[in-house]
Design a protein around this ligand. Structure first.
Ligand code: FAD
Ligand code: FES
Ligand code: MG
Length: 285
């Protein structure tokens, strides 16, 4: 068992942090890599990026949003409980180099994925500007950590409850005009990564995005995670998850992410029914 040593609710019941004992993975992992987790023997294999690692303590940290049956099951795991499987580190690590001015753009739980990359970019001697976007202040995870490691930090929210009201692209527009980046790293919802890439394309600013297609094995065998990049088909689990944003077919990716919506909805409903039945049984006992 891979024991959970720390559990935090970063956003009540919907964004959960698990620090998990996995010493060998913690020693090998590099920024940008992910793990595949299973909560039960017959459970779904769920890819999650390592938001942090502690080689000395032998732990990896994941931060996930509850969006369906398996992440709801994961959210129910408490400190002291654990995962039956944790496979990793998977995927290619981010190329960390000193390039000059790096602008890191994060949205939603993409901020968790961005965190180790932004930190490594800073440690490599880059000047780091970070722009984070969230629906409301409550959903802006890791704000203090990201602000602490950045030379310039800008928060944007849909309702203005933290930072400025508006989208990350509004803030990026200002930076492109004033302080040209040498590299942009954008991680978040597909429409956000697409919008950032469209903005940097005319300026020819290299833009890295991290793609989250549906993954099954995570080792290049099943083809489930295929994405079109330029005129080539790539497997995000072994060729990525990071790609040149100017070459990614974001519309194709968004389409494939919706492929099992109906089945995922039924699985979530069945999960809720089971949880309700369990609660009733416990109340009657
Ligand atoms: P479901 O109801 O089954 O699915 C909800 C939606 O999640 C689907 O419509 C689909 O778009 C997506 N999804 C479903 N199954 C998978 C799957 N096997 N692989 C990928 N996407 C799937 N989420 C986070 O919150 N934090 C992370 O750090 C994070 N890192 C990721 C890293 C990688 C490399 C990938 C590929 C995905 C990552 N995700 C992350 C997304 C996460 O894996 C999905 O949210 C999760 O699998 C949903 O499972 P579910 O059963 O709860 O939801
Ligand atoms: Fe199977 Fe990538 S997840 S090939
Ligand atoms: Mg699922």
């Amino acid at each position: 068992m891979f024991k959970i040593v720390r559990r935090e609710e970063l956003v009540a019941s919907s964004v959960i942090l698990h620090e998990i004992e996995a010493p060998r993975v913690a020693r090998k992992a590099r920024p940008g890599q992910f793990v595949i987790l299973k909560a039960t023997e017959t459970g779904e294999r769920i890819p999650l990026t390592m938001a942090d690692t502690d080689p000395e303590a032998g732990t990896v940290t994941v931060i996930f949003m509850v969006v369906g049956k398996s992440t709801a099951l994961f959210a129910g795991l408490k400190e002291g409980e654990g995962y039956v499987d944790l496979i990793g580190p998977l995927g290619r690590p981010t190329d960390i180099e000193k390039v000059g001015h790096v602008v890191c753009v994060g949205g939603g739980t993409g901020i968790a994925v961005l965190h180790p990359i932004a930190r490594a970019m800073k440690e490599a001697g880059n000047r780091v500007t970070t722009i984070l976007g969230a629906r409301t202040a409550d959903f802006m995870i890791l704000k203090d950590k990201m602000a602490g490691l950045s030379d310039v930090f800008i928060a944007m929210s849909d309702d203005g409850s933290t930072g400025k009201k508006g989208f990350v692209t509004d803030a990026l527009k200002g930076i492109l005009g004033e302080d040209r980046p040498d590299l942009v790293v954008a991680i978040g919802p597909v429409p956000m990564m697409k919008a950032v890439s469209e903005m940097t394309r005319p300026e020819a600013i290299h833009t890295l995005v991290s793609l989250n297609p549906i993954m099954i094995d995570g080792t290049g065998m099943c083809g489930g995670c295929r994405v079109s990049v330029g005129d080539k088909v790539k497997f995000a689990c072994v060729d990525g998850p990071e790609f040149d944003g100017h070459r990614v077919d974001f519309d194709g990716l968004a389409q494939r992410l919706k492929a099992y919506k109906k089945e995922e909805g039924s699985a979530m409903e069945a999960h809720h029914c089971r949880m309700d039945a369990q609660t009733k049984t416990l109340e009657q006992a």
